[in-house]
Design a protein around this ligand. Structure first.
Ligand code: NDP
Ligand code: 8X3
Length: 257
């Protein structure tokens, strides 16, 4: 296991769910964290907690990953103490709606494609050249079981996660011959704000997704991400699929009630 002490870790979507849990586990290992999301007040609260609990340094980026010029300026204008990013966790992402494709909402589609695919590409494009030139680095993308199996109404979201799978594989191939690592962590059902966002704030509908199931927690996923990041430098975990014991595929879930 390699030490993450003082390694610089950039986490997108750190204001909630899996990104927030990643911040905590990497902070516990002494990493220096760049926390990015749109909700700055959430990031500030997290930074205060991490400083209190672990005494770690954080650098906050209020960032919409869909905004390419802003992603470029945010990365290229990082202070020198923060610019040599060791680990990029491309976690920011969302689903919108469960409509049939032929009845789908264009705005929902654009939000998912722009965030999950284009945002991930922008971060990768601006961060990875520095990793290559420094001869060290690790990109960890949040894929999903939805990138392996499509489910009814999942159409465009599943398409974005299938794209993440292909992009992770492509990046791994393009980095061959460098020491930079690429991992895709692909969870099944994780209880976060994900379903609330999918259903545009309908908390009752969101709650039903997890009813009678013992879903993964954000900490379960962060634990796997941390495992991937701490393997010996010559080991690349390409892809991990994890799901709750109560889930067997994207559509097959055991519910107690
Ligand atoms: P949450 O909704 O809890 O967190 C999503 C995070 O993404 C938030 O911090 C949000 O921050 C950020 N985000 C969304 N849009 C943008 C944007 N345009 N720019 C910057 N940040 C953005 O969901 P999860 O923690 O569950 O999701 C994290 C990742 O895990 C996603 O990629 C999701 O697809 C994936 N995933 C989730 C699963 C689940 O069942 N929950 C299963 C498999 C994969 P803010 O709104 O402040 O910008
Ligand atoms: C999130 C998991 O199955 O709701 O990617 O799409 S699922």
């Amino acid at each position: 296991m390699i030490s993450l002490k003082n390694q610089i870790v950039l986490i997108t979507g750190a204001s909630s769910g899996i990104g927030n849990a990643c911040a905590r586990i990497f902070a516990g290992a002494g990493a220096k964290l760049i926390l990015a999301a749109r909700r700055l007040e959430r990031l500030q609260q997290l930074a205060d907690e991490l400083n209190q609990d672990f005494g770690v340094e954080t650098h906050l980026l209020q960032l919409d990953v869909r905004d390419r010029p802003h992603v470029e300026s945010a990365i290229t204008s990082l202070p020198p103490a923060w610019s040599a990013i060791d680990i990029l966790i491309n976690n920011a992402g969302l689903s919108r709606g469960l409509d049939k494709l032929y009845e789908g909402d264009f705005q929902d589609w654009e939000e998912m494609i722009d965030t999950n695919v284009k945002g991930l590409l922008y971060l990768t494009r601006y961060v990875v050249p520095g990793m290559v030139s420094r001869g060290r680095g690790h990109v960890i993308n949040l894929g999903s079981i939805a990138g392996h199996q499509t489910y009814p109404g999942g159409n465009v979201y599943c398409g974005t996660k299938a794209a993440v799978k292909a992009i992770s594989e492509g990046l791994k191939q393009d980095l061959l011959g460098t020491p930079v690592r690429v991992t895709s962590v692909d969870p099944g059902m994780v209880e976060t704000e994900f379903s609330e966002v999918r259903f545009h704030g309908d908390t009752e509908r969101a709650k039903k997704v997890y009813q009678g199931v013992n879903p993964l927690t954000p900490e379960d996923v962060a634990d796997v991400i941390f495992f991937c990041a701490t393997r010996s430098p010559h080991v690349n975990i390409n892809e991990v699929i994890l799901m709750p014991v109560d889930q067997a595929s994207a559509t097959l879930v055991s519910r107690k009630s």
